[in-house]
Ligand binder design. Structure first.
Ligand code: ADP
Length: 383
């Protein structure tokens, strides 16, 4: 028969084992709950990132807890993926919106249409909803209400422009083929050469339309990888050297070793720089085209393409990134231009989180500056 202290000890050990097991079960359940919440949080964050509506969460001290990329675009600010101490009044400079936020009481939901716009764009009507979330927190939802109508109009204009642009070389080719059988033998070669040039225009146009469609496609996204920027710039120079030499233009490259490495989509970056250098070579009659890499600020890599060409007059400058815009239609067509190059450049850069700016002086030359974030997940604010 075991003595009483041994029985008590055994009972105590059994109790401890049960308590330990219970604590383990509870701890596992808690860990699982935390993990589930983390997963749900992430899923919610991802969904908010994909929304075309802007969403800003404001804390009880009016600090910004979260702002999705759409809100950042609409308010011309940086996205806020994690809670910050930045005040809403510092996050956006939109005075009417700030006034609205001030006026709204903590309990009520307020909805109003406001005019938003950046200097180079038409103003946009944005429906703003301010709603309480409890505990003094609020959500601001921003919906671009003109987007639907604008997209329809843009689509119609685009189809009309594209059809017109495709019709021009097709009509020329058909006209020339009709003539081939009726012209004298010595004129035939010249006719076929003109038909070939128009076929090249047609091919350039379809290539650029496909590039533009890809840059616009919401299902496509850039695939960033670690790049040797100097090698990409050298590749562009090599591709266009012959064209520049034919015009006796100097094609120069200067690189900054501090921005030799960049994480970006290789093909998109090549397309962007190649388009800019091709334009510079096309529009410059004499002198040089200089490509230069530099680091303007921490976390940003810039590439400048500078030429000694005719420059762009101030009235034309705001339109050069529009689709199918050509400053000089005849010159652009004759050199194989489609009027889509800069639209493709701007769209690709937006998708890569970058931006482009241009400085130009008629009679002196133009400089296009591309800026890209060194971290592709941190988009630069629109320029
Ligand atoms: P394009 O096929 O006509 O070159 P882009 O979209 O590339 O179309 O450029 C639009 C217009 O911008 C051009 O037609 C031209 O008038 C102007 N442009 C672009 N780059 C330059 C440059 N480096 N120098 C002068 N004008 C330029």
């Amino acid at each position: 028969m075991p003595s009483l202290p041994i029985v008590l000890l055994a009972v105590a050990a059994a109790c401890l084992a049960v308590l330990w097991w219970h604590a383990r079960v509870q701890q596992n359940a808690l860990t699982e709950q935390v993990e589930t919440e983390k997963r749900q949080n992430l899923a919610l964050r991802k969904s908010l990132e994909l929304l075309s509506e802007g969403v800003v969460l404001i804390g009880h001290r009016k600090q910004v807890l979260y702002a999705n990329p759409a809100a950042a675009v609409l308010l011309d600010a940086e996205p806020v993926p994690e809670p910050t101490e930045t005040m809403f009044s510092a996050f956006t400079r939109h005075q009417v919106l700030l006034g609205l936020a001030k006026r709204a009481s903590i309990e009520e939901t307020l909805r109003q249409s406001l005019e938003f716009g950046q200097d180079d764009e038409e103003p946009r009507s944005v429906e703003v909803t301010l709603a309480p979330l409890g505990g003094g927190r609020r959500v601001v939802i921003l919906r671009d209400i003109r987007v639907g109508a604008l997209v329809d109009k843009r689509r119609r204009d685009f189809v009309a422009n594209a059809s017109h642009e495709l019709k021009t070389p097709i009509a020329a080719i058909l006209g020339m083929l009709d003539l081939v059988d009726v012209v004298e033998d010595d004129k035939r070669g010249e006719l076929l050469e003109r038909a070939r040039k128009n076929a090249v225009s047609l091919s350039n146009m379809t290539d650029d339309l496909l590039r533009l469609a890809r840059a616009d496609d919401p299902d496509w996204s850039p695939a960033p990888s670690l790049l040797d920027l100097d090698a990409v710039l050298q590749e562009v120079i090599d591709n266009l050297q012959e064209r520049a030499s034919d015009k006796e233009l100097q094609l120069k490259l200067t690189t900054d070793p501090s921005c030799a490495e960049l994480i970006a989509d290789h093909f998109s970056l090549l397309t962007v720089i190649q388009n800019l250098v091709l334009n510079a070579v096309t529009y410059t009659r004499q002198g040089s085209v200089t490509v230069r890499s530099f680091a303007p600020t921490q976390g940003v890599v810039a590439i400048s393409v500078q030429d000694t060409g005719p420059g762009i007059d101030p009235e034309t400058l705001p339109h050069i990134f529009e689709r199918f815009f050509r400053g000089d239609v005849a010159h652009s067509r004759a050199s194989g231009g489609t009027g889509l190059g800069l639209a493709i450049v701007r769209n690709l850069l937006r998708r890569m989180g970058g931006r482009i700016s241009v400085r130009s002086e008629p009679g002196v030359g133009s400089e296009f500056i591309v800026e890209l974030p060194t971290n592709p997940t941190r988009s630069l604010p629109a320029g």
